[in-house]
Design a binder for this molecule. Structure first.
Ligand SMILES: *[C@@H]1O[C@H](CO)[C@@H](O)[C@H](O)[C@H]1NC(C)=O
Ligand SMILES: *[C@@H]1O[C@H](CO)[C@@H](O)[C@H](O)[C@H]1NC(C)=O
Ligand SMILES: *[C@@H]1O[C@H](CO)[C@@H](O)[C@H](O)[C@H]1NC(C)=O
Ligand SMILES: [Cu+2]
Length: 396
């Protein structure tokens, strides 16, 4: 009896294991899981070591009090609801940004959008890209906790899990426990044309929405700021200062084509394992200009698409931004901890977008300031590790 059951189990495992092993996506997803567990256990070793040492300064973040950030799909329905309710709360609180500086701000949520718009040309394709967005995402998470009573942590979007059909994923399925669904279907859209300086354009497969989001927690959300540089499917771009009051619906154009081409499980694993220095890592992640790739960073943003999702400046105006940047941060942290000694403080780049106009190299002494979004001025040095400076979190 016992032996028979054992045999059955073995047969059953073999039957399910075979197709998984032959599937590139599942292979890469389990590789990503392994990398993540490896990163976790290295982080625990680091924290154990310093708890054992007498260094007092380093005792503030311990294994016992790490905040754990989880994938959206791993949250319970109640936890997801708590998160979206806290975001809606932030959207109902008054802005701190004075309207003489940014006439369009209407809520505390908009403070974050305004800060991102204001600094866009210094925080993408620059030396501060990763650290700036780590601090931005963390500061947003703290606002949800401290100003809206949220007791959970910032969830993340593992792009690789749903690359073939993001619109049906728990993040975008449009249900009560999602981050709201796709935009209304607009027929006959051409590809989304992205231009970057004098490089040849990149044409992205259009999504299956394009119009207003009509389902889920954010169906009545009003977008107030932007656009600054919004690409359209006919090759044109709508531009503006982004700072005026421009109330409109939240639009999305969820694209499985973009997700599977640029932010699939294999591309995530390869980014982590094959890039050996920070300059290549952050450039590949954002898309090497002229290569035709938009990287996993562009991959996530243009999977969401729409307005403000596809506007580099205004993209935090779609609440999924923060789940996307949770994943960007997870990937950076996983990459850092694979060679912590050499990568913990590794930075490269300058203070301007593709160094245009030319600017000094970013250093660990450079100050990051999120303005009215909060957080206060902080040095790059303090933002380099998820268990130092203001941070004490991990990802599972
Ligand atoms: C974590 O615990 C340590 C030691 O108990 C404490 O000093 C520190 O303030 C805590 N840190 C956080 C972020 O809760
Ligand atoms: C996965 O992403 C990589 C990098 O963007 C790309 O080269 C590859 O074709 C993608 N795989 C699939 C199945 O689309
Ligand atoms: C925009 O950035 C400038 C320069 O860093 C700063 O002086 C200004 O206060 C910022 N505006 C807002 C609204 O954050
Ligand atoms: Cu950004």
């Amino acid at each position: 009896m016992h032996i028979r059951r054992f045999t059955c189990t073995l047969l059953f495992s073999a039957a399910v294991a075979a197709p998984i092993a032959s599937d590139e996506t599942s292979d890469s997803l389990s590789q990503l899981d392994d990398l993540l567990s490896q990163a976790r256990s290295t982080q625990e070793d680091i924290l154990d070591d310093r708890a054992a040492s007498n260094e007092k300064r380093s005792q503030t973040c311990t294994i016992q009090n790490l905040t754990i950030r989880r994938a959206w799909g791993a949250l319970s329905q109640d936890e997801r609801k708590a998160y979206t309710s806290a975001v809606l709360c932030l959207q109902s609180l008054p802005a701190k940004t004075p309207t003489n500086l940014v006439p369009g701000v209407r809520s505390r949520y908009d403070d974050f959008v305004a800060t991102h718009i204001n600094q866009t040309l210094n925080i993408h394709y620059s030396g501060t890209f990763l650290a700036w967005h780590r601090w931005f995402t963390w500061t947003y998470e703290q606002a949800l906790k401290n100003e809206c009573g949220y007791t959970g942590s910032q969830p993340y979007w593992n792009w690789g899990l749903y690359a073939k059909d993001p619109a049906s994923s728990p993040i975008f399925d449009g249900g009560e426990y999602s981050m709201s669904g796709n935009g209304e279907y607009i027929a006959g859209k051409g590809p989304l044309t992205l231009t970057l300086g004098d490089y040849p354009p990149v044409y992205l497969p259009p999504g299956t929405g394009g119009g207003c989001v009509t389902s889920g927690p954010f169906k009545d959300m009003q977008v107030n700021l932007g656009p600054v540089s919004l690409p359209l499917n006919d090759g044109t771009v709508i531009t503006g200062s982004g700072l005026e009051y421009n109330p409109r619906c939240l639009k999305r154009d969820i694209s499985a084509g973009v997700n599977s081409a640029y932010a699939n499980a294999t591309s995530i694993v390869e980014l982590i394992l094959k890039q050996n220095n920070i300059a290549d890592f952050q450039l590949t992640m954002q898309g090497v200009p002229g290569s035709g790739s938009i990287g996993v960073h562009g991959g996530g943003h243009y999977t969401i698409g729409g307005d403000p999702g596809s506007d580099v400046f205004t993209s935090p105006g779609d609440p999924v931004f923060y789940l996307h940047h949770g994943m960007i941060d997870l990937v950076w942290w996983t990459w850092q901890i694979l060679d912590y000694k050499n990568r913990r403080n590794a930075i490269a780049g300058t203070g301007t977008f593709l160094n245009s106009p030319p600017s000094p190299s970013t250093t660990l002494d450079d100050i990051i300031d999120l303005g009215y979004a909060g957080g206060g001025p902080i040095t790059m040095r303090e933002l380099m590790s998820v268990n130092d400076g203001p941070f004490c979190y991990t990802y599972i």
